[in-house]
Structures are given as structure tokens and as C-alpha cells.
Design a protein around this ligand. Sequence first.
Ligand code: ADP
Ligand code: TRP
Length: 350
Amino acid sequence: MIHSPSSSASGRSATSRTTSRAKTSVLVSGIQPSGRLHIGNYLGALKNFVDLQRSGEYQCHFFIADLHSITEPFDLREKHRQITELSADYLAAGLDPKQSVLYVQSHIPAHSELMWILSTITPMGELQRMTQFKDKSVRQEENINAGLFTYPVLMAADILLYGARTVPVGDDQLQHLELTRTLARKFNAKFGETFIEPKGLLTKTPRVMSLKDPLKKMSKSQPEGCLFLDDEPEAIKAKIARAVTDSETTIAYDPEKRPGLANLLEIYAALTHLEPRAVAAEFDGESYAELKRKLAGLVAGYFAEFRAKKRTLLSAPSKVTAIFDKGSKKATKAAEAKIAEVKRRVGFSA
Ligand code: ADP
Ligand code: TRP
């Protein structure tokens, strides 16, 4: 678990420590460009990306999972815009091309190539068990494509290709990571020691719940329940004011019995580095309306710098794209060396 010292989304005040020590441990993660990022994406993943980058402990690789995102219905022009927007989100949140390799998955053919090889050692049964596949098959029954099914194999390739030991994600991705470990083990057993078995790294808020339905995770596919990172203060206020809670009047942290309130307390806690119970104690005797009002102010302030930076970055999108193009070239070098090794192991070259 990572505890961040930073105080805002782009956190200039945070410790931007760059160490001269060799960063030997590789870390990889990605997000799909499939819509605006919400506070669940931030507290479960992106905030951690920035904290881990700043820790100076890892060789960080962060990418845009555009190949994964085309397993869901999409519009061609819109996809291009989404890739640029997510690139700007990464930069506005504090990812820095001087400290991390930032790239676009589809620019690096080795991801797809390794995926194919891994797919030949992937048991169908393992893929059939995947919760995300089952959920998405219900959600998009008109388009249950094979890519949706083999999605976790591409994710395994994304990770194994760079020798990552650490993969920061929200808890919905842990099942995919388990498969990644299985595939690394199977490949190593069959072809010789080639891959490292990675571990997932969760934050204290690995599952932020929907504001509309606190029993479901906040998800881009259900925008009604999302608090987006670039929502303006008025929208934040209105959404939090309408967030589903319960009919009690006192403020207490009880995720089992009062999940809506607990979700709000957890968001508050994550942004202030307090424990949810301590936040509840702070609001003892106050109304839900007061908690919601203060939380809205906190969220609006926390992401103010992020919103401004994102706006500036998107006013010059070609500069944003250039940063990721450069990163993609860097990533390609490492990826090509690894895929050549894999092909040798499998027997395709001497
Ligand atoms: P979504 O489900 O909203 O489309 P993604 O699948 O693109 O989100 O997820 C990007 C990252 O954000 C992943 O690491 C995922 O685990 C994390 N994540 C997504 N939703 C949440 C949530 N509600 N709470 C915490 N982390 C989340
Ligand atoms: N599947 C992840 C998600 O939906 C995105 C992703 C693709 C990823 N490849 C990855 C995350 C590799 C971590 C490592 O959020």
C-alpha cells in the first residue's frame, strides 16, 4: 500500500525525488482510452502511478491501452481524441516523461506478437472464468467479440514484455494479474526461465463506488455515477449533493450497512490522507448535507490544478502526442529485445 505525501492532483508540492540509485524494479500499468477519467480511476490507479513515479524506486512504464479499448464499440475519430485526452490526463496528473516511459500500446507491435504466443498456452477455461468478460458480455451482448475474451492475454503481454514486478491497478484487475502470473509460470516451465511473475499493487481505495449505486463500482461505462476529474466545481457540487446515501442522520463509517456514506467518507479520506473513521469522527454531529458540501469543496480544490493543466495541454495537442511518440520509441527498444528472446525460446530463431 502506498501513502502519498502529495496534496493535489498534479501536486507540485509533493516530493519530486529523483534518485541517483539505479531503479532496477520495473513497474508497468495502463488505462484504456475509453472515456473521461473518474475519481475511481484516480484513487485506484492514476494517483498511485504518480506517487510510485515520485518515489524514485521503480523504472516506471505507463501506457495508453488503446488496443484493449477497441474491444468495446467505438467511433474512429472519437478514439483518436480519447487517446490524446488520456495522454493529457496522465501529464496533468503529474506523470513526467523524464521520470517514466509514457507510450501508446498500439505503437509497439511486440505487445500483439507476444499476446499471440501467450494465447497458445492460455487455457480457455481460465478466460471463461474472468468476471470482466462475463460483465462485458452482458453489457454489450450485440458485440461479444473474441478480443473481449482474449483481453487478459494481451494484458499479460503488456506486463511480461517489460519484466515488470509491480503492477498498480484497482482491484477489478487482480483476476487478470493472476492469469498473468499463471502464464509466466507456464511459459517458463515449457520454454525456460524468461518471464518475471508480477504482483498487483492496490491503493487504500481500490474500489470507489458509484455515486448513484454504492453497491456497484464507479465505472466509465456508467457515467451517471461518476465524478469526473475534470468536472467543474458546480457539477461536482451537484453530483455529490445527489449522491445516494441512506435515511440515517448521524455520520459513522460502516461500509456494510451504510455503503453510500462510507464511499463519500473514503473519498474524503483518500484526498486528505486520513482514515475514513477519523473523517467520520471529524463530522460527528454534522449533517449529511454539510459533509457533502465540504467534500464537494475538497474535490473541486484538489483537482483545480489538474483541470487547468489539462486545459493548457489540450490547447496544444500535438505537443502531447509528441511526448507519447517519443516514449513509444523508447518502449519499442525494450519490447523488441524481449520479443526476440521469446521467439528464440519458442524455437523460431537460433
Ligand atoms: P473503467 O472501469 O471505469 O472503464 P478502467 O477499466 O479503464 O476503468 O480502469 C483503469 C484503472 O482504474 C484500472 O487500474 C482499474 O482497476 C482502476 N479503476 C477503475 N474503476 C475503479 C474504481 N471504481 N475504483 C478504483 N479503481 C478503479
Ligand atoms: N485492463 C486494464 C483496465 O481495464 C488496462 C490494462 C491493460 C492494464 N493492460 C494493462 C493495466 C497492463 C495494467 C497492466 O483498466
